[in-house]
Design a protein around this ligand. Structure first.
Ligand code: SF4
Length: 218
């Protein structure tokens, strides 16, 4: 496992490397928009490329940017608007359901408590934490597949699921990095520590990384 000193070194190096990089769509949305848009962008981003999340978020919000407007959209129109994000039929159903619950149970306001967010079908731990972290400024760690994979390969944690990775990260990651780890590890995971065949020979951490679970690298 990595020492506290190395964890700090890793985070500082990533902060420096990605200082001027364009942030992922969900993060950008959360900085300039409301929690509802952050939540919907996050649902659109599941198993989708960032470019498609940006495209479909923009298309959808141009037509419907509140729970009221989304539940009034005909299903087919909603599916068409979000088609490029993939899994569009399931995502349309989820977006409708989430909007309905937010409107009926929470009077149109996105809840700011994790248990309330998780009680809505379609919202998982990563999506809940993204809303809490980026829209409500709470100190939580949103763990997506990049955060899970990179944290384990680097030996920062040893956990089998993203949920366990979140709990382990909370024990070892200094709090000042909780908000940034999601963005930094996503950028690093898309740039160097690729899910399939990471670019270890070009990696700035190659001398300290135990490369846990790596079978093939470049
Ligand atoms: S050395 Fe390889 S496995 Fe380790 S962080 Fe770098 S790219 Fe990822």
């Amino acid at each position: 496992m990595q020492s506290q000193k190395n964890i700090a070194k890793i985070m500082q190096a990533l902060e420096k490397r990605y200082k001027f990089h364009k942030k992922p769509t969900v993060r950008r949305t959360s900085e300039s928009e409301n929690p509802f848009k952050t939540l919907i962008s996050c649902l659109l981003s599941l198993r989708s490329q960032d470019v498609n999340t940006a495209k479909t978020s923009k298309a959808l919000f141009a037509v419907a940017d509140t729970p009221e407007k989304i539940i009034k959209l005909p299903q087919k129109q909603l599916e068409k608007l979000i088609y490029s994000s993939g899994y569009y039929r399931n995502k349309a159903k989820t977006i409708k359901h989430v909007s309905k619950v937010i409107l009926e149970k929470y009077k149109g306001g996105v809840p700011d408590k994790k248990e309330e967010l998780l009680s809505i079908k379609g919202i998982g731990p990563k999506t809940a934490n993204i809303v809490l972290c980026f829209s409500y400024g709470q100190i939580v760690i949103p763990v997506d597949s990049h955060v899970h994979i990179v944290s384990n390969r680097l030996g920062i944690v040893s956990a089998k699921t993203p949920e366990k990775t979140e709990l382990e990260l909370m024990k070892v990651m200094p709090k000042r990095y909780w908000k940034e780890i999601n963005t930094l590890f996503i950028l690093f995971g898309k740039d160097i520590c690729l899910s399939i065949s990471p670019l270890c020979s070009k990696c700035i951490f190659k001398n300290i990384c135990p490369k846990i679970g790596i079978k093939r690298s470049r």
